[in-house]
Design a protein around this ligand. Sequence first.
Ligand code: SF4
Ligand code: SF4
Length: 70
Amino acid sequence: MVEMIMHVELCKGCGLCQATCPQDLLSTSDQVNSKGFYPVVLLDKAKCTGCALCARMCPDLVIEIHKQTA
Ligand code: SF4
Ligand code: SF4
């Protein structure tokens, strides 16, 4: 099971993570965060493979990926 934790208040909406996702699962929220940026949102949690490329790409450590092994 994959869990993504998104620290939306840290996101500056640069789009680097969006460009990196092989599944094209990341989009931009239509609501701004407290800093006035449009943070990234995960479109379909069920399709996320937990590859963590998005988390590694983010320069601001906005995204955490946790994978549970049985
Ligand atoms: S963990 Fe991988 S598949 Fe999931 S949103 Fe990030 S880049 Fe996309
Ligand atoms: S999560 Fe990180 S890489 Fe993605 S848009 Fe926000 S700041 Fe940029």
